[in-house]
Design a protein around this ligand. Sequence first.
Ligand code: F0G
Length: 452
Amino acid sequence: MQTIIEPFKIKSVEPIRMTTRDERERILREASFNVFKVAARDVIIDLLTDSGTGAMSSEQWAAMMRADEAYAGADSYYRFRDSVREITGFDHILPTHQGRASERILFRLVGKPGLVIPNNAHFDTTRANVEDSGAEAVDLPIEEAKNSSSSHPFKGNMNIAALEALIDRVGADRIPLVMVTVTNNSGGGQPVSLENLRAVRKVCDRHRLPLFLDACRFAENAWFIRKRAPGQQDRTVREIVREMFDLADGATISAKKDGLVNIGGVLLMRDDALFQNASTTLILTEGFVTYGGLAGRDLDAMAQGFQEVVEHDYLSYRVRSTEYLGMKLLEAGIQIVEPPGGHAIFIDAGHFCPHIPAEQFPGQAVACGLYRYGGIRASEIGSVMFGGEGRPAPNMELVRLAIPRRTYTQSHVDYVVEATIELFKDRESLKGLKIIEQPPSLRHFQARFAEI
Ligand code: F0G
C-alpha cells in the first residue's frame, strides 16, 4: 500500500482556528515579520519545532494518572529509570527538565576555558552551554553536509579525518569529551551511521577520550540505520539503539523529541565520579536525583514514551510522512536539504528566492510567505539565526519545517505541500527584509523586521 496512514486513532481533538489571508497579513505586520511573535492561536499548522509539541498516547496519559508524586524514590522514578535502562543499557541515569538542563550540568562539570568540544554539529543550546563553560565548540561535519543536494545516506556523520586533525592540533588533554549529535538537527535532521559512530569510538579509544551522544532523536537515527545501512534490515530498532548507546560513555537527551513527551530530559553516564558530581549539581540546579525538576507524572510519561518511540509501525510512519513532504516539494522544483531528514524538512531558501541576497534574509522572507499563504509557521535557520556582528555567514539559508510527533495528519501534510508550492509559484513577489530592532544575542526570537 502506498497511502501513508497514521498508526493510531484520534480520541481527543484540539481545534485549529482558521484565519483568512487578510487577517494573517495584519497579524504578520503586527508581529514585525517575525513568526516567533505570532500567537499560536493565529497559526494553522505550527512547524516551528518538533520539541515538546507531540501528542501523547492513551497509555502515556494513563501512566500519568498512576504517577507517584513522592519527593524521593517515587515509583514513577523507578519506572522511568528501568525504562531508560532497558532502552540504553546505562546504569547512571538522571532525569532533568529538558535537554539543555542535561547539557548545562555536563558542561559545567567538564568544560572550562582552554578546552575544546568537537561535535558533528552542535545544536545551538549545546554550543551555548559549551561556550558558557568557557570551552570552545567545534563542528566537524562531513563535506557532503555542506551541499543541500548531496544525497549521502548518512549526512550527519562526523568528519573522522577532521577529528583526528583537531586532536593532533590542540592535544587530547584539552578535549574533555567528543560529542556526536544523532540525528544531526542543525545539518538537516540527517542520521549518523553505526560505522561512523564506531570510527569515532576508535579515535576516542586511541586518545582515551570519552564519547557522548546528544541523543534527542536516537530512535529516528536508528530507523535510518535500519533502512539505509547494508546488513541492518533484519535487526530491530531496539537492537540498533542499544548498539548506538553501547558505543558511548554518556548521553544528553531531550525527551521532548524521541521521549514523546511535552517536557523532560535525561543525562546518562558510565563514570562513577562524574555521576556523583552530576548528581550534586542536579540537586543544586534542578531537583533531587529521583525527580530532576519534573513531576512524577512527567517521569511516567517518559517511561512509556521511550518504549513507544522504538516501535517499528510508529517510526515507519514518522519517517515516511516527513519524507513524503520532502519528496512532494522536490517534485515541484523546490530545493530542500536532501535526502529528507527524520524530524524536519529544510527548504533551501537561497534557491527558493535567488532574487533576495543573504543580507536581506531569504529564509525569513520564505517563513513570512508560508505564514501569509497558509498560516504555516516555520523557522528561519540562516543569516537571521546565525548572523550578526562579527559572525561568519552561514553555509546555507534554510527554513525548517519541523514536524511535531503524532500531531498532524497526512491531510495536514498535503495542505503544507499545497501552500508551499503556491508560494513557490509566486516567489518573485517575496520581498527581502531588514532588521529594525534586535537584542544583543539569540536575535531570531525577538528581532523586528521591515520589508524592503
Ligand atoms: N540537542 C538537540 C540536537 C536539539 O535539537 C535540542 C532542541 C536540544 C539539544 C535541546 O533540548 O530544547 O529540550 O532543551 N531542539 C529544539 C528544536 C528546541 O526546535 O530543534 P531542549
